[in-house]
Design a protein around this ligand. Structure first.
Ligand code: MRU
Length: 360
């Protein structure tokens, strides 16, 4: 069982580790229904592309449970009558609610669609049985995510030389997934192999995923980590302190353009200028082949108070206009390689991606 567990699904139901309170307090919030899950995804109780996908899958299960309870004979697993059309309509409403919470990370759509597909394959079964099968599917999504991250970690560690220093941005760790992490999975794996690595973590303004979450996770496992302000990355690169940059992703377009936390694009440009490999550790579920290029990726604009305030303290002039895009797009040409569970793809482009994933 992973040491850091952002999502817990057990006899008590679904509980999410409230990431807004880290690193000060470790508090789990119970989710009673799909509305709770949608609210907590939107408010960043749970965040990180794979973690919100997994949480949404469990949100769909909570919706199915409630719909089954409202059907005659709904909770039974035996020979009750087939789920009525209203059951499936209710599931679709839940899907719309969940998908509307955060627009950029594609894993949310991917996981919700997978649950809907499973439900469609069970048409004719009674609601209780469908509910149980959907719960099994969501657990599968959870478990597969950890396995995928471990595989990304193993493959990525092969790229890392002994005694090197890795810069990472935001939090693409256990907290951003079901467990283990993507970018931090590579770091965990390289560390476990005794590669004597060090990490530089960007603080990641304005939500501070780096200083609150990444540093917390790495320190827990004794992986040496130094916190820097985002704007110090170029300085450290130019002074040869950084050997690799490794980040996660929220959505990758068919041509390899990559959406990730705001500030990632600047790091990729700096890495290219300083001849430093820029790796994106990313599961297959984060690729969106329906989107041709990064231009078509919707970037979430978050509350400007995240920029102007820290908790309730105003950091600037009252009423000043602010911008707060949560993500940016790194062109594929700046990505040295994608580290996926299916292998490492160097110098990605549209044709290579299609061939790599056997899409044509
Ligand atoms: O706004 P967040 O915290 O959800 O953004 C998270 C990121 O940008 C991560 O790098 C990305 O989701 C990959 S997590 C494995």
């Amino acid at each position: 069982m992973p040491e850091v567990r952002p999502i817990v699904w057990d006899d008590e139901g679904l509980q999410l580790l409230d990431q807004r309170l880290l690193p000060d307090r470790e508090v789990y919030i119970p989710c009673k229904n799909v509305e709770d899950v949608a609210k907590y995804i939107k408010e960043m109780v749970v965040r990180g592309a794979p973690a919100i996908g997994v949480s949404a899958a469990f949100g769909m299960v909570l919706a199915a449970g409630k719909l089954a309870g409202n059907c005659p004979n709904g909770q039974g697993n035996g020979s009750g009558s087939a789920a009525p059309p209203g059951f499936f309509e209710g599931l679709r409403d839940a899907a719309v609610l969940l998908k509307g919470t955060r627009p950029t990370a594609v894993n949310l759509n991917w996981a919700v669609e997978r649950i809907l597909k499973k439900a469609d394959s069970l048409k004719g079964e009674n609601p209780g049985k469908i509910h149980k099968e959907l719960a099994l599917e969501a657990v599968k999504i959870y478990e597969e995510d950890i396995e995928v991250n471990e595989q990304i970690g193993r493959l990525g560690a092969g790229l890392i030389g002994k005694g090197s220093t890795i810069l990472t941005h935001c939090n693409a760790g256990a907290l951003a997934t079901a467990g283990y992490g993507t970018a931090l999975g590579v770091i965990r794996s390289a560390f476990a192999q005794g590669k004597d690595i060090r990490v530089f973590a960007d603080e990641t303004r304005p939500f501070l995923q780096g200083s609150r979450l990444t540093v917390w996770e790495l320190q827990k496992e004794g992986i040496p980590v130094t916190l820097i302000v985002d704007s110090a990355a170029g300085y450290y690169m130019s002074r040869k302190h950084i050997h690799y940059v490794i980040v996660g992703a929220d959505r990758v377009a068919a041509n390899g353009d990559t959406a990730n936390k705001i500030g990632t694009y600047s790091l990729a440009v700096l890495a290219r200028e300083n001849n430093i490999p820029f790796y994106v550790a990313v599961p297959f579920s984060t690729f969106d082949f329906s989107i041709k290029s990064g231009e078509d990726i919707v970037v979430e604009e978050r509350d400007h108070r995240e920029v102007t305030h820290l908790n309730n303290t105003l950091l600037t002039v009252p009423g000043i206009p602010a911008g707060n895009p949560a993500f940016d797009i790194t062109p594929a040409a700046l990505v040295s390689a994608f580290i996926t569970e299916l292998g490492v793809l160097h110098k990605p482009n549209r044709a290579k991606l299609a061939e790599f994933f056997r899409l044509e």
